[in-house]
Design a protein around this ligand. Sequence first.
Ligand SMILES: [Zn+2]
Length: 295
Amino acid sequence: MKRWTALLMAGLMLISPGVVLAQASGAGEVEEKNIPIKVTEVAPGLFFQYHHEESNNAWLVTNDGVLVIDTRQHPRRGEELLAAIRKTTDKPIRWVINTHAHGDHYFGNAVFKREGATIIAHRDTAGMMQQQFPLEMKRRQGYFKQRQFDPGEVRLVLPDVTFDSMLTLKLGGRTVELLYLGAGQNPGDTFVRFPQERVLFAGGPFSKNSWPNPSFTPSMSGWVDILKKIAAMDVDVYLGGHGDIGAKADVLQEAKMLGDFDRGMREAVAAGMSRDDIVKNVRFEQYRDVRNYSG
Ligand SMILES: [Zn+2]
């Protein structure tokens, strides 16, 4: 129900922005046990950590050090990520990229700062991290409580470097491209492309076979366009900030689903339906098997 409310609110946001932020559904409703964490080497030296109930990460191991994408939802989770990385390499952590300003993707930053990493994010992401830190902390109190994580251990660690449209990093003979294509799920959404490996880490905008949290997007149609753009890239493997490893078809499936959702909401609003009418009557049954659907 909670998720569905968020979806509806996002639809209504089209006509009344600002209503929505408080409606964002946070993580934290699941038991710790039985949560699978899976690390896959998707290309030589490029690892993806999939966490079914929380957020995902990737890291690239080179002779000159390690680049890490996102840092998880609490410094303790950041330590676990570091331990997972240490199972694959003892090289220093050189770079950390924060893909977007949701706490479940950057509250572990302090751990990597301590390790000496330089943290990079899009300019808008850096701005939102600063501006929305108190709100992000508030959203995640249930998560902290359930796992007995001390909220006081979370420190706001901002990026050291920001970029506007594109940034190319060279590390140990590997190339990593940070791309900004406009706001998708969030202002500042950053894509990390590994061109030789034909892999894209797609952060907030993409999650395989899952209703993403749409409460933060300034434009659903802009988000759909971005998904189509990344689907057209010379990439075979799509890694989302949530959800398992995806392919082009999964990106296009999400673009279609969000396009249908956007259209359905606009039609309902244009037809003069009230919010209660929409909650009771507007359904997207064709997507009922997609994770987080709540009818
Ligand atoms: Zn997230």
